[in-house]
Design a protein. Structure first.
Length: 237
């Protein structure tokens, strides 16, 4: 009787006697089958809703953070604007005090003929706001071609004062003068035909000086008064 070959027995059948690994369609221990892609199970309705809620919550938190940042910036800008406005009021107050005794104001307009050529009848240029006689908020309006009531060639000049303020003034342009007359914010606030502009332009400089002279306050609720006596707060214990 012939004996079986031991090498054939250990291989479990035919072959070269070497151990065989898993094939392409077989599954390796503890992992995916070779050649197979990993797949994710689709989310259920509840999981999908939770994910959307989480995304919305994250977006809302970011928007709230943006709103808080914008609010802080707005408060900073508002604070700066308030400081700027306070400084402007302080500067105007200082100007009013410094110019309390001013009775004459000159405003030089350069290149008067060129200024006249760029404006139509009824159009004016405004001076910077100024203070005089302890009153702020004064301003000139100069009409190079005259206001709506002036004859051709004439210029007009107006001095605007605060409401409820009455002054006495002389208006002038070059050598031409008008006044003195009492004026307020509505009556006698200007002269429609003050002078023929071309006659009063300085030939050497091409400019004209307009303004007000002999200013005097008749009444005003805003005039700054000079103090001659002050009383300090008493010292506490």
């Amino acid at each position: 009787m012939r004996r079986a070959n031991p090498a054939l027995r250990s291989s479990g059948g035919r072959g070269s006697g070497k151990a065989r690994g898993p094939g392409p369609s077989e599954t390796a221990p503890g992992g995916l089958g070779l050649g197979q892609a990993e797949t994710t199970a689709p989310l259920g309705p509840l999981e999908d809703l939770e994910r959307q809620v989480a995304a919305l919550r994250s977006r809302a938190e970011q928007e709230l953070a943006d709103v808080a940042t914008m609010k802080d910036l707005l408060q900073e800008v508002t604070s700066r604007n308030q400081c700027d406005e306070h400084l402007r009021r302080l500067e105007r107050r200082i100007q009013v005090i410094e110019n309390k005794d001013v009775e004459t104001v000159h405003w030089r307009i350069e290149d008067a003929e060129e200024v006249r050529s760029k404006h139509k009848k009824g159009q004016y240029i405004a001076s910077p706001e100024f203070a005089a006689l302890g009153i702020g908020g004064l301003k000139f309006h100069f009409y190079p071609r005259g206001d709506d009531f002036a004859e051709e060639g004439y210029c007009s000049l107006y001095l605007h004062v605060p409401e409820d303020t009455r002054i006495e003034r002389i208006l002038f342009a070059g050598r031409s003068r008008h006044g003195p007359v009492a004026a307020d914010s509505l009556r006698n606030c200007g002269v429609s035909e003050l002078c023929v502009l071309s006659n009063e332009i300085d030939k050497a400089t091409g400019s004209i000086v307009v303004g007000a002279d002999a200013l005097r306050v008749l009444s005003s609720p805003d005039v700054v008064e000079t103090r001659t006596r002050i009383e300090l707060d008493p010292e506490g214990p």
